[in-house]
Design a protein around this ligand. Structure first.
Ligand code: 5GP
Ligand code: ZN
Length: 114
């Protein structure tokens, strides 16, 4: 994807504050944190969002979730808890069209979402 912000971050063309990386995934701090810890984890491959994943992506999505859990633990969030969020489409609040999971923690998060 030529014009995708997160593809450019994954390729190292746009800098990020990286916290974790594998062959398939990269995680970095959100530029506009909504909690004391706010990290995004994304597949390196361009996937526009949850709506685009298929059965072929089961392994990747499993890796995404388990790596997110590893990051949450490394960030010290396990005792007080944390939240994972994937926004899909306009009603879901998605603003960047490359699949990403938000790792949020470090304060009590409100529910339900606005
Ligand atoms: P969404 O609203 O699509 O679920 O989340 C997109 C997230 O990407 C937002 O939390 C936003 O702050 C973050 N974001 C947007 N542009 C950049 C950027 O250039 N660098 C980083 N690190 N995060 C970004
Ligand atoms: Zn992309």
């Amino acid at each position: 994807m030529n014009d995708c912000l997160f593809c450019k971050i994954a390729a190292g063309e746009i800098p990020c504050n990286e916290v974790f990386s594998t062959d398939n995934l990269i995680a970095f701090h959100d530029i506009s944190p909504q909690a004391p810890t706010h990290i995004l984890i994304i597949p390196r491959r361009h996937i526009s969002g949850l709506d685009e994943i298929s059965n072929n992506d089961q392994e990747l999505m499993g890796e995404l979730l388990t790596c997110a859990k590893t990051i949450a633990t490394k960030e010290g969030l396990q005792d007080n808890g944390y939240r994972f969020v994937i926004n899909q489409g306009s009603d879901g609040g998605q603003t960047v069209g490359h699949l990403h999971l938000h790792i949020l923690g470090g304060r009590a998060l409100a529910w339900p979402p606005g």
